[in-house]
Design a protein around this ligand. Structure first.
Ligand SMILES: [Zn+2]
Ligand SMILES: [Zn+2]
Length: 292
């Protein structure tokens, strides 16, 4: 893979909506001015949709870290689709590749391999990663409803934005979709960029993943990224009580009401294990107890 590979060129025409949402957010704010109502709409839209990404797209669809009903699985998918991060199948297929290669050659978004901004967002905007490899997600593609919503992803964004406008006019649309979505995008992207750069490492995984409490707050728990790379099957990424992980708390609450179940934790002996020596790629299995 080289930077001059045609499949790694930015698809400027296809990506116009991506840049357009950024522009609309800035222009909309300049036009409407500051609004506390707008701020709260944006915050609620951020938190609810980010939960669908962290607990849904990531911990459920990508890692199967807990179980739920087919109906709630679809609810998570549809909520996630309103965040305009493509569908759950696309998301999970690419994320599983990240964990398979984790900062080694073959990783789709590695700061070490391709630089910070590539890992942050440009990897999404190239031809190479436009489609999902369905061989990576056979456990998900067996559900026709997931294949359907994934194929028609953009219409869920359109429906969400239209509903905001009909209910709350321009304020709801600009703050609840455009501003909230731009912050949500870049909040999510930090997991692939900053969470492999800025923080501290508890576990000597074969990648550069780090833990960072500030990123963990902003991303509902995903900033405990070194923990996550170390033990991916856990639905909690904050391994200790002081490692705030809002997505996990909501999952535990949903478990009380039997909406989700078999919520995986991290066994104490795995959590407290600290390899004494640096681990190379061949030694990865010794410190990475799960494949995904
Ligand atoms: Zn992951
Ligand atoms: Zn990572």
């Amino acid at each position: 893979m080289t930077p001059t590979d045609p499949r790694d060129r930015l698809r400027w025409i296809d990506n116009l909506p991506f840049w357009g949402v950024h522009l609309a957010a800035i222009a909309g704010l300049a036009w409407l001015g500051w609004s506390w109502t707008g701020f709260w709409i944006a915050l609620v839209a951020y938190v609810v949709r980010l939960f669908a990404i962290t607990a849904g797209y990531h911990r459920y669809f990508s890692h199967r870290a807990y179980k739920t009903s087919r109906a709630f699985q679809l609810v998570l998918a549809v909520l996630g689709l309103t965040s305009t991060q493509k569908g759950p199948l696309w998301w999970a297929a690419h994320h599983r590749i990240h964990h398979k290669y984790s900062d080694q050659p073959g990783d789709l978004h590695s700061v070490r391999q391709r630089g910070f901004w590539w890992a942050h967002m440009f990897w999404i905007l190239v031809e190479r990663n436009a489609k999902a490899d369905h061989d990576k997600i056979k456990d998900l593609t067996k559900y026709p409803e997931l294949r359907f919503v994934d194929r028609h992803a953009i219409w869920f964004t359109v429906a969400y934005a239209t509903a905001l406008f009909l209910i709350g006019g321009w304020t709801a649309l600009i703050w609840g979709y455009f501003v909230s979505t731009v912050v949500l995008w870049h909040g999510t992207f930090t997991i692939n960029s900053l969470s492999h750069v800025w923080g501290w490492r508890r576990y000597r995984t074969t990648d550069d993943s780090v833990n960072n409490p500030l990123l963990a707050i902003l991303t509902l728990g995903e900033g405990w990224h070194n923990n996550h790379h170390y033990y991916q099957r856990s639905a909690r990424q904050g391994f200790y009580w002081w490692e705030v992980d809002l997505s996990f708390y909501v999952l535990k609450l949903l478990e009380v009401f039997h909406v989700v179940w078999d919520v995986q934790g991290v066994p104490r002996h795995v959590r407290d294990h600290r390899p004494a020596a640096p681990v190379d790629a061949e030694g990865a299995e010794a410190i990475a107890p799960t494949a995904r």
